[in-house]
Design a protein around this ligand. Structure first.
Ligand code: E4P
Length: 317
């Protein structure tokens, strides 16, 4: 048995990829996409038919073409997963509650036009205060959300209080931050601050009985994945899935509800002011959230330009 097979006994394994072939190969339960992953897929000649279909369905509107592209990649991915696909809202709406709700409605509406039910989609939103408020509203309407760019405990607390379906606490980008800060080439797994962040959030949620699912994300090495075996879900890029599948042996469970219930983290209440204050106190989380929004926006703009230039070459259907 491989470490990957064995990991599946403890956590739901998700593919972190916009590559339809990779998703088909690894047959995960769910899949996650983001603007950077979908830019890479849109630039790949293998997926040109999906790009052309998006352009055709948008009838010459470049913004519409990008929305369609996200949704059509979601549809293709869903052919290979039994569960859900995560589709991200434009990073430019990260501080716009109304705009985020409207974009989520648009994506769910487009999915509906091609026969994909809302239960199979997680709307991915940046974990800003506005993103969390938008998610709270969407969840009340039955639209399920996945909160991304989550680097801090206060972000996780506010998401649970908002009743979101799932959070994606990032491991690798926290690890990247502290490696750079400490000017080291690695941080041992026992001291990994990204892993510690997910463990703290998981224990807090389970101890206090929050139903919000925890999906560890953004991994840099297999050790980080294995250190979180038992987390509700883990979203893993194809290169790490490959490595895990080539490692023989049992994966030991590291996180469990039973162990979490033995911890005693006090319950935290955060209103908007407290959330903003606590988030701002954490330099890593503040920097990484801001940088993450900028990076996703850069890739979304590149994708928009690509769609515009390709649309010029493809007659609208
Ligand atoms: C998943 O939902 C995230 O978008 C992804 O794990 C981010 O990973 P990265 O830090 O490698 O970009």
């Amino acid at each position: 048995m491989s470490k990957l097979d064995s990991l599946k006994k403890h956590s739901l394994v998700v593919a972190d990829s916009g590559d339809i072939d990779a998703v088909a190969r690894w047959k995960p339960q769910d899949a996650t996409t983001n603007p950077s992953l979908l830019l890479a897929s849109a630039e790949d000649p293998r997926w040109r038919p999906v790009v052309d279909e998006a352009i055709g369905r948008a009838g010459g509107d470049p913004d519409g073409a990008t929305d369609w592209l996200f949704v059509l990649f979601g549809r293709e991915i869903l052919k290979h997963v039994a569960g859900r696909v995560s589709t991200e809202v434009d990073a430019r709406l990260s501080f716009d509650e109304e705009g985020s709700v409207a974009k989520a409605h648009r994506l769910i509406d487009l999915y509906g036009k091609i026969g994909v039910r809302p239960e199979r989609v997680l709307i991915k939103l940046a974990t800003t205060w506005e993103g969390i408020r938008a998610a709270a509203r969407l969840e009340r309407e039955g639209i399920r959300c996945n909160m991304t760019l989550l680097f801090s405990f206060p972000q996780a607390v506010a998401c649970a209080d908002a009743g979101v379906t799932l959070i994606s606490p990032f491991v690798g980008r926290i690890y990247d931050f502290y490696k750079k800060l400490r000017n080291v080439s690695d941080i041992p797994i026992e001291e990994d601050p990204g892993v510690a962040s997910v463990v703290r959030i998981y224990d807090y949620y389970k101890k206090h009985g929050y139903p919000t699912q925890v999906m560890g994300a953004s991994f840099r090495k297999v050790e980080q994945v294995l250190a979180l075996a038992g987390c509700d879900l883990l979203t893993i890029a194809p290169d790490l899935l490959q490595k895990l599948s080539a490692m023989p042996g049992e994966t030991e469970r590291k996180l469990s509800v039973e162990e979490a219930k033995k911890q005693n983290p006090p319950r935290v209440d955060l209103d908007e002011k407290a959330f903003r204050w606590e988030q701002n106190q954490d330099a890593m989380a503040t920097d990484k959230l801001a940088e993450g929004i900028r990076r996703f926006d850069v890739d979304a703009r590149k994708l928009g330009k690509l769609m515009t230039s390709l649309a010029a070459a493809v007659p609208a259907k």
